[in-house]
Design a protein. Structure first.
Length: 101
């Protein structure tokens, strides 16, 4: 069964549960600040592991002390879906362990 796009109301309701996340265009996005490059790199590796487990991959941008994620579901026509929020929730669960804010 294909993943269905979420309605605007569903997206807004889900975003209330994920402070720091937003929708930009057709993508769910979030940026994090970390102590240094090593911490940022460690978070990227952890996110990559989560993405492999979920078989759902975001665009990741690594900066000196920052990480940015941007995701939508290609199989749903590039819309935001439950899969995107599942990824966001999993990242939110591990980010504090890396000192991300």
């Amino acid at each position: 069964m294909p993943t269905q796009p979420l309605s605007q109301k569903e997206i807004e309701d889900r975003l209330r549960e994920l402070p720091g996340w937003s929708v930009e265009g057709d993508r769910l996005t979030r940026g994090y600040r970390l102590a240094d490059h090593f911490a940022a790199t460690a978070l990227v590796v952890h996110v990559a592991q989560i993405q492999q487990e979920l078989d759902h991959h975001s665009d990741l941008t690594l900066g000196y002390n920052s990480v940015a994620l941007s995701v939508n579901t290609h199989s749903a026509g590039g819309a935001v879906t439950e899969k995107d929020f599942e990824l966001a929730e999993r990242v939110e669960a591990v980010a504090p362990g890396h000192g991300a804010s």
